[in-house]
Design a protein around this ligand. Structure first.
Ligand code: 16G
Ligand code: ZN
Length: 533
């Protein structure tokens, strides 16, 4: 059972700094790395408790700050099938992190044990990984101390991408069941993706080379590793921004977030007209594509575009397979470009739902469809196949060679897609597989619809917590009266749309606007920002 005296002694080695209030945000705890020692230690304890609660199922812990600065870091828990930590535990995570003294910490642990009726004698198992940040090793030591305090069995998965940790966590917990997700090793991950890719592009000619900006992060090493498993005849990837050694380079003027926000090429990548490239983020769970048009302009192919491309490809395959009974739906957030929503609903005739920002909301909504496609505009996304759809696709036999071919492609895609979480490497293969199947250039894919000009502005406010939203973050309920003023501004613009939401990861409020021209859209964004400020 839990040794509370040991916890008190161990915890004293990881004291909580005074005057800091930690918040468990959209992606766990995230801040400057030197403030995280006590938090990570306590997350170790939390992971152990969560595993005990779930009868000893393996819980994952990822140490990363994704696309944020190199000096930041963060920690998040992964539930047994690769989902984000269940919401009912988030408040307790924050309470644990904020307990000031060792005694208070033990009190909170006892409350959690009582609240969730945890069997203290149950074993607990935790697997953890980290990205390439220099602060990672020290934080891993703090985590291990926390895990030892609670008596968890520990499994160090080393330097990995976030999605690789989600994958292996899910594999460990589904081994030998009908939901078995794959071999629970890094090599198992590469083999699964590589085999699926080969099947997905069988008989199709190779797309032109893809240049990849890997943000000088973990994605660089893992993408190179993955391509070693794939024949050069079917995929050619040139990995750039792969310097994980030089301090200060991670995400600096490069990576998916930089490219999406600034709508320009990252440092270190000079592609020419007609060439295409993609950028990963610091933990390789996001990807955006782009190309240079014939007239030399930069064209972004972001998460909305990838989601729409993947959604329409899957719909066509389902039809071609004669499996119309399978319903396909797309899930977006308020940031999805209005044109993408219009294209999906009106042209592709797919149901589209809108949910609040954050993987947990998108993932759960996507589970409501037989095949649920979810992508955030920032490039995080995946496709979920329900158990019913999976079984149907696996067992169906086509009546014609065309049907059989479509069914086989669907089977390959089910394996290719990392269904545990958005995965830049898996999504990269997905886009490449679609290009090969369609025999289209990215420019051709980009013609499906034209993005409305848009602008995202950050506003620094004294207290972002006074901003409360509803309607999937598209409407402000507090401060009272503000939404009415925003509506009045929006009405002045053709195709105008704007919303305000507090960030879940930074101490800022975000303002998003869209309108028929860039000039009008900028005007709208800045006038709404003026209301918030
Ligand atoms: C986190 C979310 C991401 C979301 C972003 C929004 C997860 C794992 N990640 O990174 O999905 O797009 O936050 O950030 O949920 P914001 O709240 O600061 O705009
Ligand atoms: Zn990320």
């Amino acid at each position: 059972s839990i040794n509370y005296d040991k916890i008190k002694t161990d915890a004293a080695q990881h004291p909580k700094p005074q005057d800091i209030k930690y918040t468990h945000g959209t992606a766990g705890f995230r801040m400057k790395a030197d403030l995280l020692d006590s938090v990570v230690y306590r997350v170790g304890i939390l992971a152990g408790l969560r595993s005990k609660k779930l009868d000893g199922k393996v819980i994952g812990v990822m140490i990363t700050a994704s696309h944020n600065r190199e000096i930041d870091n963060g920690v998040k828990l992964v539930d047994p099938y690769g989902e984000m930590l269940h919401q009912s535990w988030e408040g307790y995570a924050a309470q644990l992190a904020n307990a000031q003294t060792e005694d208070e910490l033990v009190e909170v642990i006892k409350i959690i044990v009582k609240e969730f009726d945890i069997d203290e004698t149950m074993t607990s198992k935790v697997i953890y990984a980290r990205d390439t940040r220099p602060s990672g090793p020290a934080l891993v030591m703090a985590l291990e101390d926390g895990l030892r305090s609670i008596g968890a069995e520990i499994n160090d998965f080393g330097i990995k991408t976030t999605p690789q940790l989600h994958y292996v966590t899910c594999c460990l917990n589904t081994q030998g069941t009908e939901k078995s997700y794959g071999e629970p090793t890094e090599a198992g991950y590469y083999k699964k993706l590589a085999n699926a890719y080969r099947r997905a592009v069988e008989g199709k000619s190779r797309p032109s080379p893809l240049y990849v900006d890997s943000a000088n992060g973990v994605g660089a090493i893992k993408l190179k590793e993955l391509t070693n498993y794939i024949d050069k005849d079917i995929l050619e990837v040139i990995v750039l921004n792969d310097d994980i050694k030089t301090q200060g380079k991670l995400n600096h003027l490069c990576g998916a977030d930089y490219v999406k926000t600034n709508q320009r090429l990252p440092l270190g990548l000079n592609i020419k007209a007609g060439e295409r490239a993609a950028s990963l983020d610091g933990d390789a769970d996001r990807i955006v594509y782009y190309f240079i048009d014939d007239d030399g302009t930069f064209k972004l192919f972001d998460g909305d575009k990838i989601g729409s491309l993947a959604g329409s490809f899957i719909i066509d395959l389902v039809k071609a397979a004669g499996l119309e009974g399978i319903n396909v739906g797309v899930v977006q957030t308020a940031y999805a470009n209005g044109s993408s929503t219009h294209y999906l609903e009106k042209v592709m005739k797919v149901p589209v739902s809108c949910v609040p920002t954050g993987v947990k909301y998108l993932h759960h909504e996507a589970e409501k469809f037989d095949i649920g496609v979810y992508f955030e505009a920032n490039g995080h996304g995946t496709i979920l196949f329900s158990l019913t759809a999976t079984k149907l696709i696996r067992s169906s036999k086509g009546e014609t060679p065309e049907q059989e071919d479509a069914i086989e492609r669907l089977r390959a895609l089910m394996e290719l897609i990392n269904q545990t979480v958005g995965d830049a490497l898996s999504d990269l293969l997905l886009v490449e597989a679609i290009l090969a199947n369609r025999q289209w250039t990215l420019k051709r894919c980009n013609e499906a619809y034209k993005d409305l000009p848009n602008r995202l502005v950050k506003v620094i406010v004294t207290d972002r917590h006074i901003f409360k939203t509803t309607n999937a973050e598209r409407t402000l309920v507090e401060p009272a009266g503000l939404q009415g003023k925003i509506d009045a501004l929006v009405k002045k613009y053709k195709d105008g749309r704007s919303f305000v939401r507090p960030s879940g990861t930074e101490d800022v409020v975000r303002v998003y606007a869209e309108a028929a021209t860039q000039k009008e859209c900028d005007e709208l964004a800045y006038s709404v920002a003026g209301l918030v400020y």
